[in-house]
Design a binder for this molecule. Structure first.
Ligand code: CAA
Length: 240
């Protein structure tokens, strides 16, 4: 039987690349999305991957979502990719409380909610792969991103702690820290700032989604069984 992989925020950007790569590698993939129904339908038509809508920043919505995925996919989740994330950039002295709350709940609380829901069955099966998408900006910080950097750094601590808890249960827990990847999210950055950022990347370019999905495939593989608690940077040499 195919292993079941669930990708949050799996119909757009980096998440779309991850969903497609996992499907091509032979996993049964379920892609979560929040509200962009049109894009999700288009993604489904293009890839044949089933899509499931819920807001990962709500525990109750995650619980219902995971239950539906398990019913429809005919089994429990073997590989969870916590990818869903948003930015609400602002200098801290101007940051609205809602910007803080929204980014922390969508990017960090969601990782707890989703993982909390899938890990009991992984422990029963003595197999699981949890792959958390952090960011270079969780490692180094970024002007305008105290909320996002805090959430992405939080993911790294979560990953290390859960890796310890899961080490004797056949479950690996790892993070990937993408650098600047060409997606709608980075496209929204002002052009002058984008140029400045490119200058700080030794490879002098933004990455592409395949460069992240390859790293996910590597960590998802059964053969990656002795790798846990790591944060794998995929960023063109930024912040070495
Ligand atoms: N490094 C150092 N200083 C910077 C900077 C940087 N990267 N970016 C801005 N600054 C400085 C500016 O020069 C300016 O300094 P002064 O006050 O001395 O003039 C100050 O910070 C304020 O900057 P702005 O004038 O741009 O302020 P603003 O309020 O108009 O905009 C902002 C603030 C919205 C945060 C804007 O700076 C911005 O969009 N920055 C980019 C943030 C960013 O990189 N986001 C990444 C999004 S993609 C992502 O997050 C994916 C991932 O994981 C990598």
């Amino acid at each position: 039987m195919k292993k079941i992989a669930l990708v949050t925020g799996g119909t757009r950007g980096i998440g779309k690349g991850i969903s497609v790569a996992l499907k091509q590698a032979g996993y049964a993939v379920a892609a979560n999305y929040n509200s962009d129904f049109k894009t999700a339908e288009q993604f489904h038509a293009e890839t044949g991957i089933p899509v499931f809508s819920w807001d990962v920043s709500s525990y109750d919505a995650c619980a219902k979502g995971v239950e539906t995925v398990c019913e429809e996919m005919g089994g429990t989740v073997d590989i969870l990719v916590n990818n869903a994330g948003i930015t609400k950039d602002s200098m801290l002295h101007k940051m609205d409380v809602s910007f803080w709350d929204k980014v922390i709940s969508t990017n960090l609380n969601s990782v707890f909610y989703m993982t909390r829901l899938v890990i009991p069955s992984m422990r029963d099966k003595k197999f699981g792969r949890i792959i958390n998408i952090s960011s270079v900006n969780g490692l180094k910080g970024q002007v305008g991103q105290t909320n996002y950097s805090a959430a992405k750094a939080g993911i790294i601590g979560f990953t290390k702690a859960l890796a310890l808890e899961s080490a004797n249960k056949g479950i690996t827990v790892n993070a990937i820290a993408p650098g600047y990847i060409a997606t709608d999210m980075t496209n929204a950055i002002r052009d002058d700032i984008k140029e400045k950022i490119t200058d700080t990347i030794p490879m002098k370019r933004f990455g592409n989604v395949e460069e992240i999905s390859n790293a996910v495939l590597f960590l998802a593989d059964e053969k990656a069984s002795f790798i846990t608690g790591v944060t794998l940077s995929v960023n063109g040499g930024q912040y070495l």
